[in-house]
Ligand binder design. Structure first.
Ligand SMILES: [Zn+2]
Length: 416
C-alpha cells in the first residue's frame, strides 16, 4: 500500500517537473544530427585583425580559435568583425582602417578561399550557403567612429556589404556614449545618443543594417531601442545578473530587447561568462603587468616566447578559465529572462584573451549541443539559439528596409 502511495506521489510529481529534470539519455547520434541540422551563426569574430596582418585563415591558428579546418562542417555563417580601434580617431584614419578591414574579409578570406567561403548579405544567402556546404561570410563594423560622422560613409559601407554596426567600441564617439569610458571625466558624454546618433540609427533602419548595442553605455542602448523601428541586436554580450561585467546586459535590458524582437548573442570571453574569473583576473593581470612588459622586451624570439608562455601558464594556474557550464548558465539565464526566441551566440573568438577550453573552436560545438540537450533544451530550441533567431532578426531588418524603400536618404549633418 505504502509503495502504491509513493508511486502515485511520484507520478504526480512528474507532471509538474521542470524541464531540466525531464532530461533523457542523450545519444551521440542525436547530438551530431542537431549540430549538423542547425545553421550556426556567430555574430562576432575578430580573426580579421590577424588576416589583415597577413595570416591565412586556411593555416592552423596556433594563437587563436579560428581557422578553416576547425570551422568547416560546423559553422554556417560568420560575421567577421570590421574592427576599428579608437586609436584611428586620432588624425582621422577611421574610414581608411574600416576600408582595409572590409578588404581583408573580401580579399584575404572570401576571394582567397572561394570553395569554402561565400560572400553573403542576407538571411536567404546564409540558408543557401548552408545548403551548398559553404560558410556564409558577412561583415559587422565594430565602432561607430568608423563613419567619421557622415551618413554618406554609412551608406558606402552598406553598399560594400556591411550588415551590422556596433554603435561604439570602448570609446565614446561624437554621437554615442560607450560603456568603456563611462567613468572617464575627460570624455565628453552625451547622455546616450545625440540627435545625429538617432539619425544614424534611422538611416541604418532605412538601409537594412542591424543596429548593434554591444559596447554601448546603458543609456545608448535605451535610446537606440526607442529610436529603431526594427529589432536590434547585442552581437557579443552576456547577462550582467550572472557576471557583473558592465559589458553584459541587465535583465531589464534583455527583456526590453526581446520585447522588440531582438537577440542577445552570448559572448564566450571568460570575463563575460564567469564572475569568479571576472573577480580574480583583473588584480592578477595588474600584478603581472611589469613582468609582461619586461618579457616582451627580450630580443631573442625563442627566449621571449618562453618568458611570455611562462607568465601565461602562471596566470592560468592561478585563474582557471571559464567553462562550458558557464556558457550554458549564461544561455539559460538569457532564455529565462528574454525567452528562447531571443538568444544566440557571438563568440568573440580571436578577440578575447580567454575562452572555455571545452569550447575553444567551432569544431567543439557538439559539446555545447550535448550540454543543452542534457539541460532539457529541445533540438528546435538549440537550432533557434545557434542561428534561427538571428535569421529572424535579419529578415525583420530586411523587411523594414523594404517598407522604407520610398523614404529618402537622411542628410543630417553632425553638429559639433
Ligand atoms: Zn567587442
Amino acid at each position: 500500500m505504502l509503495t502504491q502511495c509513493v508511486s502515485a506521489v511520484a507520478a504526480l510529481a512528474l507532471v509538474g517537473l521542470p524541464l531540466t529534470a525531464q532530461s533523457h539519455k542523450v545519444t551521440q547520434a542525436e547530438v551530431d544530427r542537431i549540430t549538423k541540422e542547425a545553421i550556426l551563426i556567430d555574430t562576432h569574430n575578430d580573426v580579421t585583425s590577424r588576416t589583415v596582418e597577413g595570416y591565412d585563415i586556411a593555416a592552423p591558428n596556433t594563437r587563436g580559435q579560428t581557422d578553416l579546418a576547425r570551422m568547416k562542417g560546423f559553422l554556417g555563417a560568420e560575421f567577421f568583425a570590421v574592427f576599428v580601434s579608437a586609436e584611428y580617431v586620432n588624425g582621422n584614419h577611421s574610414a581608411n582602417r574600416t576600408l582595409q578591414m572590409i578588404d581583408t574579409v573580401r580579399t584575404d578570406i572570401i576571394a582567397a578561399h572561394p570553395k569554402d567561403f561565400v560572400f553573403a548579405t542576407t538571411a536567404d544567402d546564409i540558408v543557401r550557403a548552408h545548403n551548398e556546404h559553404k560558410i556564409a561570410a558577412l561583415m559587422g563594423i565594430e565602432g561607430g567612429h568608423a563613419i567619421e560622422d557622415s551618413l554618406r560613409l554609412l551608406r558606402d559601407y552598406y553598399a560594400l556589404g556591411v550588415r551590422y554596426m556596433t554603435l561604439t567600441h570602448f570609446n565614446t564617439n561624437d554621437w554615442a556614449d560607450s560603456q568603456g569610458d563611462a567613468e572617464n571625466p575627460k570624455v565628453a558624454h552625451h547622455n546616450g545618443l545625440t540627435p545625429f546618433g538617432k539619425d544614424v540609427v534611422r538611416e541604418m533602419n532605412r538601409l537594412g543594417m542591424m543596429v548593434d548595442i554591444s559596447h554601448t553605455a546603458d543609456k545608448t542602448f535605451w535610446d537606440a531601442l526607442e529610436t529603431s523601428s526594427a529589432p536590434i541586436i547585442a552581437s557579443h554580450s552576456g547577462c550582467r545578473a550572472v557576471t557583473s561585467y558592465t559589458r553584459n546586459m541587465t535583465d531589464d535590458m534583455i527583456k526590453a530587447l526581446a520585447a522588440k524582437g531582438g537577440v542577445v548573442q552570448i559572448n564566450f570571453g571568460c570575463e563575460f561568462l564567469s564572475q569568479r574569473y571576472f573577480n580574480d583576473s583583473k588584480p592578477l593581470q595588474a600584478a603581472l603587468r611589469e613582468q609582461y612588459a619586461e618579457a616582451i622586451k627580450i630580443e631573442d624570439p625563442a627566449a621571449r616566447s618562453a618568458a611570455i608562455e611562462k607568465l601565461r601558464a602562471e596566470f592560468t594556474s592561478k585563474v582557471p578559465p571559464a567553462t562550458l557550464a558557464d556558457v550554458v548558465a549564461q544561455i539559460d539565464h538569457a532564455v529565462k529572462v528574454g525567452g528562447v526566441d531571443h538568444v544566440g551566440l557571438g563568440t568573440d573568438f580571436d578577440g578575447v584573451a580567454c575562452v572555455p577550453p571545452e569550447l575553444d573552436s567551432y569544431s567543439k560545438f557538439p559539446a555545447l549541443t550535448r550540454a543543452l540537450l542534457e539541460k532539457g533544451y529541445s533540438g528546435d530550441d538549440i537550432k533557434k539559439i545557434y542561428g534561427g533567431n538571428l535569421l529572424r532578426v535579419m529578415r525583420a531588418v530586411e523587411q523594414k528596409a523594404r517598407d522604407l524603400s520610398t523614404t529618402p536618404a537622411i542628410h543630417s549633418e553632425m553638429k559639433k
